[in-house]
Design a protein around this ligand. Structure first.
Ligand SMILES: CC(C)(COP(=O)(O)OP(=O)(O)OC[C@H]1O[C@@H](n2cnc3c(N)ncnc32)[C@H](O)[C@@H]1OP(=O)(O)O)[C@@H](O)C(=O)NCCC(=O)NCCS
Length: 155
């Protein structure tokens, strides 16, 4: 059982959010500070970030959710979408991730959604086990492709 508090992110959490976001998505570290600054300034209607605070007040996890008009395998629109979730290693398997997902689901439900969707990398088996444990069922498999449009970079 998680001894954590889950709440929407606040301006004072910006540094923690950057740290956790960079841990989840290390490929584009430079993108996180400006995106977070813009989010906190604008508070868009169609997206939210929840943070989990442990008993000592440390931010140990976050989940970003949003509304999408379409999600693979879903029958309704818009759909609540779990865009990303990360829990610090030392705080894992204590219910923090589940609490973050439940907060995201409540957020989507309050915006009229009746379905929640998510995705994971095919080789992230732990994430697969987590998704199943918190109630998701597999809805499909998608292969992503890339093709450069720069002259000389494609045949
Ligand atoms: C996936 C992640 C968010 C889970 O967070 P967590 O706080 O450990 O999850 P919880 O403790 O709330 O676990 C909820 C359920 O998932 C299960 N679970 C969590 N991690 C698991 C793992 N690695 N293997 C198997 N089951 C797992 C738990 O056993 C629990 O099920 P139960 O209630 O039936 O026992 C965390 O491991 C993480 O941040 N991983 C790295 C980032 C990542 O992969 N994010 C997902 C990208 S799509």
């Amino acid at each position: 059982m998680a001894t954590c508090t889950v709440r929407p992110v606040e301006t004072a959490d910006a540094d923690d959010w950057i740290r956790l976001r960079t841990a989840l998505w290390p490929e584009v570290p430079g993108d996180h500070p400006p995106e977070i600054t813009a989010f906190l300034a604008d508070r868009p209607e169609a997206a939210e970030c929840f943070v989990a605070e442990d008993a000592r007040g440390r931010i140990v996890g976050f989940a970003e959710v949003g509304l999408r008009s379409f999600a693979e395998g879903c029958l309704t629109s818009p759909v609540g979408y779990l865009e990303g979730i990360w829990v610090e290693r030392e705080a894992r398997t204590a219910g923090v991730g589940r609490a973050l997902v439940r907060a995201g689901e409540a957020w989507a439900l309050a915006r009229g959604c009746t379905e929640m969707a998510s995705d994971r990398a095919i080789d992230n088996e732990a994430s697969g086990a987590f998704h199943r444990a918190v109630g998701f069922e597999e809805a499909g498999h998608v292969v992503c492709y890339r093709r450069s449009l720069r002259p000389g970079e494609h045949p």
